[in-house]
Ligand binder design. Structure first.
Ligand SMILES: *Cc1c(COP(=O)(O)O)cnc(C)c1O
Length: 358
């Protein structure tokens, strides 16, 4: 029996996608082999690689002057790739809104004069600071933000005004969850394992005028231009995860695109927040206007109750609800692929638990 899996990542995938992948797993479109076994130079794989990019461009409405690459290394490798790719002046500005943003800043400091221009650490990262143009150094190579903060459950509800400084946005835990204006950013990146597909593929979207600002010593494999020029086929790409991502993109298109997905995501998040806000047992301490619609942390009044909740939830088929060790309590990650029924089941379970443990 499949469970409702609230894992923060790798996370649940649409059942329809898994079934389609299963149906073609050992013989992909009469090639006589699995995509896993296929040369990335074959015509079958090239078709997958191309379709994945075409569909992603369509779904996100990516302008023509942006390049797309499907590469390896996770979002974490991009923390290091960033200051090496955008290194005209050797200066970068960071907004530290969570553990991942903090890590990104820490890596950038090794290669760049990376300044923390704002942080919400003073309140355990439970809000998003307001960034104004005067906080950003006009000669910074980029401004780095993290759109959705996976561990603490916050999200930017505005796009900072950065003038000519390109904004780099870590979209790992919210890509394709809501409509966005790609043209407002210089670079977008995301690990696939939360909202796109299986772990192993990392997506990078770069405005093409930024492809020539790499440091002379930037390793070839970290250089975005290496991958965009080769259409993601410079070396062995994460072929199977990219293939599953293509199936996810097809699925999202059939659903009606990101606008439809966003509405479903907002409905799911509202359902859970409404319950938490009216509950006498559970609470969420994130500033209301900055709440994530993907990752929703919550706590009960005691450690004992948290533990009991997690144990009984797992038994009821609601799994991986344990909060990140830095935050404690519970966290429901309700990415695109979490069905509405999963959130309903969670809310029903929380209601029942609250009644039984008054
Ligand atoms: C998960 C996550 C990362 C790290 O991704 P990896 O692919 O494991 O390196 C970075 N940023 C955010 C916002 C994340 O949620």
């Amino acid at each position: 029996m499949r469970v409702f899996n609230f894992s923060a990542g790798p996370s649940t995938l649409p059942l329809k996608v898994l079934e389609r992948v299963q149906a073609k797993l050992i013989n992909y479109e009469n090639s006589g082999m699995s995509v896993m076994e296929m040369s990335h130079r074959s015509k079958e794989y090239e078709a997958i690689n191309t379709e994945a990019e075409v569909l992603l461009r369509e779904l996100m409405n990516i302008p023509k002057n942006y390049e797309v690459a499907f590469i390896q290394g996770g979002a974490s490798l991009q923390f290091e790739a960033l200051p090496l790719n955008l290194s005209k002046n050797g200066k970068s500005d960071y907004v530290v809104t969570g553990i991942w943003a903090e890590k990104a800043h820490k890596e950038a400091k090794k290669f760049s004069d990376a300044k923390e221009i704002a942080s919400s650490k003073d309140k355990g990262f439970n809000y998003i600071p307001k960034i104004t143009k005067d906080m950003i150094r006009p000669d910074a190579d980029y401004l780095h933000i993290c759109q959705n903060n996976t561990i603490v459950g916050t999200r930017f509800n505005y796009i900072p005004e950065a003038g000519n400084v390109p904004i780099v946005n870590d979209l790992s835990s919210c890509i394709l969850s809501e409509e966005m204006d790609v043209s407002k950013y210089g670079v977008l990146y995301a690990g696939a394992q939360k909202n796109i597909g299986p772990a192993g593929m990392t997506l990078v979207i770069v405005r093409n005028d930024l492809l020539d600002s790499a440091h002379a010593n930037c390793p070839t494999i970290l250089k975005w231009k290496t991958h965009t020029e080769a259409k993601s086929l410079y070396h062995t790409p994460p072929s199977f995860p990219t293939y599953v991502a293509m199936e996810v993109f097809r699925y999202l298109k059939e659903l009606g695109g990101i606008k439809v997905m966003q509405k479903i995501n907002e409905d799911k998040a509202n359902m859970l927040y409404d319950f938490i806000d009216n509950s006498k047992m559970f609470s969420n301490n994130v500033a209301k206007e900055d709440r994530s619609i993907m990752n929703i942390p919550f706590v009960s009044p005691s450690e004992e109750l948290n533990e009991k909740f997690l144990k009984e939830a797992t038994k009821a088929g609601l799994t991986t609800l344990k909060g990140h060790k830095l935050v404690g309590g519970m966290r429901a990650s309700i990415y695109n692929a979490m069905p509405v029924e999963g959130v309903k089941a969670l809310v029903d379970f929380m209601k029942k638990f609250e009644k039984e443990n008054k």
